[in-house]
Design a protein around this ligand. Structure first.
Ligand SMILES: [Zn+2]
Length: 348
């Protein structure tokens, strides 16, 4: 069968293989036919050789962690043949740490977790894959064209879950949310914010392309320029750029008793002149919280599946700016400025 693979650590080793072995029975009881795989920055980093780890004893890693497939057979009876399914990316570490021991693998404490298509587990960019019932998430049939958005949506669902848990430390009636960055994560964060009835503002550098219209279609307000210039007092900021200046501005911008959730990963190595004392004073005197959020556990995947099923399906569809047939796989991994989400199509 077909599989898109790399040799981790070897730049530009991306290949489409036609004779990749069928998924091993120990991967899980549920056999799935791949429909599509979403592509993101993590894939680009793996292809560039910066990141990624093959399963133990193997040379090559199957890419793909944003999955969508159709169940071929499930002898466990968890899902039915024909159901839409996505595979949860992260598996708990073998120790396990206190968090993985209670299935909060998104909060793994020792870093020994594994991840499909990223770290020690084969990815979903292959014609067929298997998954254990515990890591299989069923999707509403309406999500057939867009279900590969479930993985990025799960990341955002976790961010909102933790924002709300932190908010509940005291009386909390948030009204305004600011999302920085209008890529897939930022747009999905804005979607979940509007579903919570918040007044939503999204800031991005882009002045052209599809982003302004996508934000307005949510009933949210689109901004360019700097965070500092915004005439807002947001109760929540979801930071999705990882750009150091934006991150620091977001921390300064959030209103009293505000919460800043950082989801963007900065590359590091850049230093900027910054008044850390003033930031500390503002955080303390306003009871503000800044926290980081990554990955998602099963609860968040289920929350994300509900959120996507309730969303405007044509809006979700317009997040997918290109669908590339597997045979032209290399094009899927070369991002353009016009792209929001590129998808590798296994049905073509
Ligand atoms: Zn762990």
């Amino acid at each position: 069968m077909r599989a898109v693979t790399v040799s981790p650590g070897v730049p530009d080793s991306l290949r489409l293989t036609d004779d990749w072995p069928e998924p091993a029975a120990e991967e899980g009881a549920i056999l799935v036919e791949a429909l599509a795989v979403g592509v993101c920055g993590t894939d680009q980093e793996i292809i560039a050789g910066h990141y990624g780890e093959a399963p133990p004893g193997q040379q090559r890693l199957v890419l793909g962690h944003e999955s969508l497939g159709r169940v071929l057979e499930d002898p466990s009876g968890t899902l039915r043949s024909g159901d839409l399914v996505a595979g949860i990316v992260r598996h708990p570490d073998p120790v396990p740490c206190p968090n993985c021991a209670v299935d909060e693998w998104d909060m793994c404490r020792n870093g020994r977790y594994t991840e499909h298509g990223i770290k020690g587990l084969p990815g979903f960019a292959r014609d067929r894959w298997r998954v254990q019932p515990k890591f299989a998430v069923g999707l509403d049939p309406v999500l057939a064209p867009v279900g590969m958005l479930l993985e990025p949506a799960s990341v955002v669902a976790k961010a909102w879950d933790h924002i709300e848990r932190i908010g509940c430390r005291a009386e909390w009636k948030p009204q305004t949310a600011l999302v920085t960055g209008a890529g897939p994560i930022g747009l999905l964060a804005a979607l979940l914010a509007t579903q919570r009835g918040l007044s939503v503002h999204v800031l991005d550098r882009a002045t052209a392309g599809p982003k302004p219209a996508l934000v307005r279609a949510l009933g949210a307000t689109y901004h360019t320029g700097t965070v500092d210039e915004l005439d807002l007092d947001p109760d929540v900021v979801v930071e999705c750029t990882g750009a150091p200046v934006v991150v620091l501005d977001a921390m300064c911008k959030v209103g009293p008793a505000g919460i800043v959730c950082l989801t963007g990963v900065s590359s590091g190595g850049r230093t900027i002149d910054f008044d850390a004392g003033a930031l500390n004073r503002a955080l303390v005197l306003e009871n503000n919280v800044v926290f980081g959020s990554v990955n998602a556990n099963r609860r968040h995947w289920e929350q994300a599946a509900d959120a996507l099923a309730r969303a405007d399906q044509s809006w979700l569809n317009s997040l997918i700016t290109r669908r590339v047939p597997v045979g032209e796989y290399a094009q899927a991994y070369s991002a353009t400025d016009e792209d929001i989400k590129v998808v590798l199509d296994f049905t073509a």
